[in-house]
Structure formats: C-alpha cells, structure tokens
Design a protein around this ligand. Sequence first.
Ligand code: G6P
Length: 489
Amino acid sequence: GERADGRPLKQRLLVVANRLPVSAVRRGEDSWSLEISAGGLVSALLGVKEFEARWIGWAGVNVPDEIGQKALTKALAEKRCIPVFLDEDIVHQYYNGYCNNILWPLFHYLGLPQEDRLATTRSFQSQFAAYIKANEMFADVVNKHYKDGDVVWCHDYHLMFLPKCLKDHNKGMKVGWFLHTPFPSSEIHRTLPSRSDLLHAVLAADLVGFHTYDYARHFVSACTRILGLEGTPEGVENQEKLTRVAAFPIGIDSDRFMRALENPQVQEHIKELKETFAGRKVMLGVDRLDMIKGIPQKILAFEKFLEENPEWRDKVVLLQIAVPTRTDVPEYQKLTSQVHEIVGRINGRFGTLTTVPIQHLDRSLDFLQLCALYAVTDVALVTSLRDGMNLVSYEFVACQDSKKGVLILSEFAGAAQSLGAGAILVNPWNITEVANSIARALNMSPQEREKRHRHNFKHVTTHTAQEWAETFVSELNVTVVEAELRIKQ
Ligand code: G6P
C-alpha cells in the first residue's frame, strides 16, 4: 500500500547482514533452490513484519558466472532478498578468516586459536584488508537500492565498517548498527590490531544497539579508553556528534512456534517421538556446532550425571542436534571430531544392546520436526561458554506450554538476563554443578516447573522479534530527529 503522496504506508527498511535469511543451493546453470539459513540472527529477522523490508546479504554460495548471478538475483527477489556476491578469495579471508577466526572467538572471550596464533597474526593485515573490501561491496549494493527516507539497519560483527562506508557516501542516510554477539570487555577488544578503526567505523552510525546493558557498557568503555572519547548515559560523543548506544534485547516470533504446534504434521511427529522415547525422560540440546556453545562441556556433565545417578541410566536420553556451521574453518573441524569422540566413548560406556544414552545428529532439522522435538522435551540444556543472546532457549519455552519442562541455561548467555528467574542457571565450566542441575531438573515438582515456566513463557511471548525491531527502528528515527534539532540550535 501507498499513501496519497506516493510514500509507502510502512516504513522502508533495508536490513543488511552478512547472511541472508535464505541460503541458495545450485540445481542447474540457471536454477536455484532456497533454504532457510541457521542461526539466531535469522531466527529473529524472520519475525520482523511491520516494515516494508528488503534484505541485503550473502546467499552463502560462490557464483562466479553471470548466468548464475542473474538467475539467483531473480529467485531471491521473490523473497525480498538482494544478494551481495563475494568471490572465493574474499570469503576465505573476510568470512572464514577475519570474521570467524578472529572477531568471533575474541568477542566470545575465547582468544585466538592456540596453534594458529602466530599464523593468524601474520595474515592479519591481508584479512583485515579483505574485511574492509567486503564491507565496501555491501555498501555498494545498499547505495544502489537506497531511496530517500529509508532506514538502513546493519547487523553484526561482519559489518562493523559498513556504517562508515555508508555515511562517507551519504551523510543524510539513517544508519543503525546492531551486534548479535557479546561485546567483550575493553581489555579484550584492545588486543585487536584494528581496534580503533573498528570502533570509529561503528561510531559513524546514528544508533548502535546490543542485546544487553553489559555489552553496551563494554562498548562505551572501549570508546572512552581506547579512543579517548567521552561516554555519556546516551552514548558516545565524537567530534560534536553523538552516537546513541543502547540495549535492545532481541526475541523470537513466538506465535510462529505456537501455531506450528497445532499443525497436524507436528502432532503426528509428537506422537511418534513419544512412542520412541516411552519410559525415558528426554533431554535436548540444539546448537550450531560452534565452540561457543559448550557442547563438549554439556556432554561431559551428562556423563557425570549418569555416573552418579545409576538409577537414571536407562530412564533418560540426551538428544543433541548439532547443526554444522563454518565447516571450512579448521577450529570447527577439530570441534566436530572432539565431540564425536566424547559421544562415542560415553555411548560405549553406558549403552546397551538396544539403547544409547546420547543420540547425536550432525545436521539441522526442519522447522516442524524441531517444534515437535521442543514440545516433547523434559529438560533443555543450553551450556554456552558465551552467547550474545541464545534464541534456542526462547524457542524451547515457546513450545512448552503444555509440558512445562525445565530450562538449564548458562549464565554466560545473554538470555540469562531475561529468563534467569525461570531457568536453572549454571556455569558451564563447572561440570559438577551442571550434573547436579540435571538431577534437580529431572526431579523437580510439577508446581515448581509450572511456576518457572510461567515466568519464562510470559517473557518470550511479550518480548518478541517484532517488538525488538520496532523499538530499534523507532529509536533510530527519534535519534536522527534529535540530532537535526541539536545542529539547528
Ligand atoms: C550467529 C551470528 C550470525 C550468523 C549465525 C550463523 O548467530 O551472530 O551473524 O549468521 O551465527 O553463522 P554463519 O557463519 O553460518 O552465518
């Protein structure tokens, strides 16, 4: 729809993220199929509906030929997506290298991979150059599709240079930037050779958002300590310009999950799962196979629980869904074999001829399967060593209104700040504590489960992705108006 003056009824929003909500799989020279991408960012962005939104990002494949690019652009247009084409070398240096081997572990307090430390330090400059180049390529696509009055919302650690690229080109553009990971203590950020360039580039945005107040505070102290700028309750003062900094905790589209539970196919799945696991309690982990998720720690804690509670051995199963991710990065390959080894050892130790205590899958499930699994789960285990928010915990809660299962949640996930009162919070490094929490969750009285669930369910169904996006965008609009007023004064 349009207004009488031709402007659209809904505000136009350009959402720019490294990964599009759909990933492309090539079926022929000019034919593509599209699949929903994995990860918290996508899970939240799918819930954003109030805007006339376009998505700009990478479709997850290398498309060197023009025929392929044209066909993919057309297929994506139907999903309101606009591709940024990155060649293999850029993907290697920018995505595998700078983003996932340097920024990602650093922002999650994991440091650089030990053996790679020297090699990484040496290739740092070329990877950083590729990072800037990739950000410029995203900026080119944004500039091509931008119309006056649009809001441009940049996402995540892949695109910290984008606000600067966009503002250098067009000062009047409304630009917001949101980080989906933690922002670490300034003492960690300052170890990055490009620490100042990154901060300056982000500060070019009008509004900068984080999941929690702590991440926002860390960002502001990095700007004051490393750049010597002034931090105020509103944000960071930078040469007469104020960059607003604030916390906007993300959520999910909870209705989508609750609607799915009424789908006959899901009910069928639920029935099958109940039959398969009759007589056993179901514990569930759903994670991208990433070192920040603490999967080995989770499995070792489960082993300790089995060790200490022999009466539970044939009455419980842990289903671990580990979605493959960033499989070209060596650290992720190492993690895969490490997890397989631990799972094999524990199943060998506690399995019987007919059952194993851990069922581990190296793949994603389709949405309806996943909803069914969430619904039949008795205890969900989220043991992230660090996690920006963790929306798996939200998705689980949304699907538990009849079962009222227990959520065990790492205190190092952003979600601990919103679901802390309903979940059992744990330090994932403390295997004994996690093992005891598993016992506590399995033995919890229905009254206590009900009370805890009610708290979390209320939060998840009221703090939705939709509300998150509306709050961020309206704050961005207000910020820009206030800045204009300040200049006029
Ligand atoms: C996290 C990041 C997202 C990313 C997702 C999946 O949630 O914050 O930006 O898209 O992981 O990772 P991938 O590298 O596959 O995009």
